[in-house]
Write a protein that binds this ligand. Structure first.
Ligand code: VG1
Ligand code: CO
Length: 542
């Protein structure tokens, strides 16, 4: 039986950079998840009888919301739901399933790199038929609907068994529980030379992959250990836990510190990597060298043709605005297009669909390609391994040679987390107000070339996105960028992105924070970070 339940709107269901993210107790309010899911369905047209993909990163409250979503999909007229066994699908795997089975769209339950547990974070994201995050016009429509919603539809049935694969009927809709790993692993085998990677791994080349007790555990175990023959035990923390073992499943130098220390140690393996809560981010560390994500994007793009899936070369590269310009230099050398988009993977979808770009990346440890429409952590790991296998160089050698050819873009991001929202907004407003006065001004040896608030004109659908981050560009290619996070769930997070271009290879060995010290000081001088936030230093430096 299907029932229609009366409800009242919540006023805080505005999707951010990547879906709706809130604390679990917020989601546990009466009808909170139901309102948002019905608002998604109400904003879509023509899904009657179509397929919907549902999966999540296994965090706390995943199973409850999956039950609700399936029952609501049935009541709203979907013909079929594909759901990962145990409710598990990594974000890139969900994107692949949507594409492969020509689904109408998908619902991904995740708060990604944010912590999980009864008082931590949960999230709901809608992906469209190309497998990618819904573009702004869809998320705007969903938000508008959340403000007026007065009822939702749900099948009044017992909970669905999510733990055995196979097909079942829910009020006339078919629910198919699928293996969450199989389709994804098969796709990776098509893109990469598994034989070459297997030979590398059997030659004594040691890897370590930290799944951070999050969703990539089962994927990495199957692909790296079972199919590629990495030594048993190479994949750490491989069981997805609802609270990620109490850690932030964020693969950066703070939350993946132990991996970093190991890779810098005397007996370091040759290659270290980690992924985040929902499997779309990657951290790459070679023996004795951390590869900053912006550099990783550039190095992967420069060498991608060594992997079978990219042997014909790249159509173009896209990067988010705060990501360093290292990839631009590669695009220039390859003679292909380079696109600069706002933060968030949803802006890459149109470019990939139109065939303008093959590889995309963000400074926040996100890299991916047109094999799906999400960033993809394990994909980046496998592309690195494929390149290492073919080149027979170390990560260290690949990085140094890259900098020698292209110059080095020293890069760092400073995050000030849980800052008072009014103070953070005040800081950005004040920056905006002084933009026109900055060009031509000198700060020590640094001279401002241009300063603006980034606007993006999508070349494919011609949509315009304003206020995407304050950029201050200095002569010579250095810059600082300021923006507020759209994924946090308490207070505001100020992100300050700092970059310096260094063509001189005798200066490629400087400690990053040292190489950026004058820019860091100027960022504070211009924005008044210390004064306005009351913070003397960032909470996270990546
Ligand atoms: C952050 C990152 C952004 C990324 C987004 C989602 O957004 O900066 O690059 O796309 O998270 O990643 P923000 O608005 O907090 O800066 V994930 O792995 O949460 O899906
Ligand atoms: Co993520």
């Amino acid at each position: 039986m299907t029932k229609t339940v009366t409800t009242t709107p919540y006023n805080d269901q505005k999707p951010g950079t990547s879906g709706l993210r809130k604390k679990v107790p917020v989601f546990q309010q009466k009808n909170y998840a139901e309102n948002f899911i019905q608002s998604i369905f109400d904003s879509l047209d023509g899904f009657n009888g179509e397929t919907l993909v549902i999966g999540g990163d296994g965090r706390y409250y995943n199973r409850e919301v999956i039950q609700i979503a399936i029952k609501m999909a049935a009541a709203n007229g979907f013909g079929r739901v594909l759901v990962g066994r145990g409710g598990i699908l990594s974000t890139p795997a969900a994107s692949n399933v949507i594409r492969k089975y020509k689904a109408f769209g998908g619902i991904v339950l995740s708060a990604s790199h944010n912590p999980g547990g009864p008082t931590e974070d949960f999230g709901i994201k809608y992906n469209i038929g190309n497998g990618g995050p819904a573009p702004e016009k869809v998320t705007d429509a969903i938000y508008a609907r959340t403000k007026t919603i007065d009822s939702y539809k749900i099948a009044d049935v017992a909970d669905i068994n999510l733990d055995s694969e196979g097909s079942q009927d829910v009020e006339g809709m078919e629910v198919v529980v699928i293996d969450p790993v199989a389709d994804y692993a098969e796709l990776m085998e098509q893109l990469f030379d598994f034989g070459a990677i297997r030979r590398l791994l059997s030659s004594g080349f040691r890897i370590v992959f930290d799944a951070m007790s999050a969703v990539t555990g089962p994927y990495a175990k199957e692909i790296l250990e079972n199919r590629l023959g990495a030594a048993k035990g190479s994949v750490l923390n491989f069981i997805p836990l609802p609270d990620f073992g109490g850690h932030h499943p964020d693969p950066n130098l703070v939350h993946a510190r132990a991996l970093y220390e190991e890779m810098m140690g005397d007996n370091a393996p040759d290659f270290g990597a980690a992924s985040d809560g929902d499997g779309d981010r990657n951290l790459i560390i070679g023996k004795g060298i951390f590869v900053t994500p912006s550099d990783s994007l550039a190095m992967l793009a420069a060498n991608a043709q060594l992997a079978p899936g990219y042997s014909k070369g790249l159509a173009g590269i896209a990067r988010s605005m705060p990501t360093s310009a290292a990839a631009d230099r590669v695009a220039e050398k390859l003679g292909i297009g380079i696109y600069e988009t706002p933060t968030g993977w949803k802006f890459f979808g149109n470019l990939m669909d139109a065939g303008l770009v093959t590889i995309c990346g963000e400074e926040s440890a996100g890299t991916g390609s047109n094999h799906v429409r999400e960033k993809d952590g394990l994909w980046a790991v496998l592309l690195w391994l494929n390149i290492l296998a073919v080149r027979q160089d170390s990560v260290q050698e690949i990085a140094r040679q890259h900098w020698m050819i292209y110059g080095r873009n020293y890069y760092s991001r400073h995050d000030y987390e849980e800052v008072d929202s009014a103070a953070a907004n005040g800081l950005v407003d004040a920056l905006r107000a002084q933009l026109s006065t900055l060009p031509g001004k000198n700060f020590g040896a640094l001279k401002v070339a241009t300063a603006d608030d980034f606007s993006y004109n999508d070349p494919v659908d011609k949509s315009v996105s304003n206020n995407q981050g304050i950029r201050i560009l200095f002569e010579g290619g250095s810059r600082v960028v300021f923006r507020l996070s759209g994924t946090g769930t308490s207070g505001a997070t100020l992100r300050v992105y700092i970059e310096r271009y260094e063509p001189d290879s005798s200066r490629h060995d400087i400690d990053t924070q040292e190489a950026l010290a004058d820019l860091i000081a100027v960022a504070d001088e211009i924005a008044g970070i210390k004064e306005r936030t009351g913070r003397t230093e960032p909470s996270v430096i990546t």
